[in-house]
Design a binder for this molecule. Structure first.
Ligand SMILES: [Mg+2]
Length: 343
């Protein structure tokens, strides 16, 4: 199996670009020239995000093969597009690869990226390749478009808005913790949903694009840190408080079983560090049913789990034993208490 050192930079780039799909529209000049030339649609704003994966920190060969890791990096970026209600369009992939890495590994990583992006209408239009001596890394910049002035933001939530989440927040963190604590047993069928929430999260782009025209979402953030941390971001940006209601939370037997196996309260998994790439939305109450209908039509789980409150109310969790303040404990790479989810 040839390594990158066996092939040399230009042959590696040739193989990478030859394997890329070119389905994207608006690509005037794609990969192969000094830079790509792209043409956004008339009357649309450009939306740009980037995310990086570092070998050993964000992916681990024991748990994710190259294609799965590449797909997951794409989902991390697509999730930011969903949080802005943007349509993904074009991506740049830059990576630092070790000389002893196999070309198959790199091609499979790019295949994971390319397929996940392609499923959402985006295409790789370029990037950069450099050799590194330490851990390999990968950086994806994703560009998208949204109707002018219509991007969702973290600010804008108002007291009385419903707080809704897609999917089952906390599962990704639980999957990671199970893999860390019980090793191979985390692959058992009983942990299938939490394990896959970690390794192969879903993208919520289609839901965001379908909800956007309703003008019902007043604020949005994707769950890349953990619910407590991301809700704190949304509340701080909007100058509001929030209360989450345990009784309204969707039942999640597998997460409850994981909490028991890990010896932690279920709420700790639901609120704590977890990169689920689900959406946390504030929705006008009068439009919530219409949003539910859209989510049902796309087969995306959407649940109201709380309500936006005035700032003075703070951010709290209402459970069977009373109401307690939520301490933001999401993923802070550099903070004093920061503990990366994939440490
Ligand atoms: Mg985000």
């Amino acid at each position: 199996m040839p390594t990158l050192a066996d092939l040399g930079e230009f042959e590696v780039i040739r193989r990478l670009t030859a394997a890329r799909s070119l389905r994207g529209t608006g690509v005037i000049i794609g990969a192969g020239d000094d830079a790509a030339v792209l043409r956004p649609g008339a009357g649309r704003d450009l939306v740009v995000t980037a995310d990086s994966f570092v070998e050993g920190r964000h992916y681990d060969a024991r748990w994710m093969d190259a294609e799965t890791a590449g797909r997951r990096l794409a989902i991390a970026n697509l999730s930011d597009m969903a949080a802005m209600a943007a349509e993904p369009r074009w991506a740049l992939h830059s990576c630092g690869a070790r000389r002893d890495q196999s070309i198959e590994w790199l091609l499979a990583f790019e295949r994971g990226l390319d397929r996940a992006l392609g499923q959402h209408g985006a295409v790789l239009v370029g990037g950069n390749l450099t050799a590194v001596d330490g851990a390999a890394w990968s950086d994806l910049t994703l560009m998208g478009e949204v109707e002018r002035g219509a991007a969702w933001t973290r600010s804008g939530a108002r007291a009385g808005d419903r707080i809704a989440v897609t999917g089952w927040p906390g599962r990704a963190g639980a999957g990671f913790l199970l893999a860390s604590r019980i090793g191979e047993a985390a692959r058992e069928p009983r942990w299938r949903d939490v394990f896959h929430a970690w390794t192969t999260p879903a993208s919520r782009v289609a839901l965001a694009r379908a909800l956007a025209p309703l003008r019902a979402v007043t604020a949005a953030v994707d769950l890349s840190d953990g619910l407590a941390g991301d809700l704190a971001h949304l509340c701080a940006a909007g100058g509001v408080g929030a209360v989450l209601d345990a009784a309204r939370w969707p039942e999640d037997q597998e997460l409850a079983a994981a909490a028991e196996a890990l010896g932690v309260p279920l709420e700790t998994l639901r609120l704590g560090p977890s990169d689920d790439y689900e959406l946390l939305l504030a929705i006008r109450p009068e439009s919530f049913e219409a949003c539910l209908d859209v989510a049902r039509s796309l087969d995306v789980p959407l649940h109201a789990v709380g309500e936006i409150k005035p700032r003075e109310a703070g951010v709290s969790w209402h459970g069977p034993t009373g109401t307690t303040p939520i301490v933001a404990g999401g993923f802070d790479h550099f903070g004093p208490g920061g503990r990366p989810i994939q440490e």
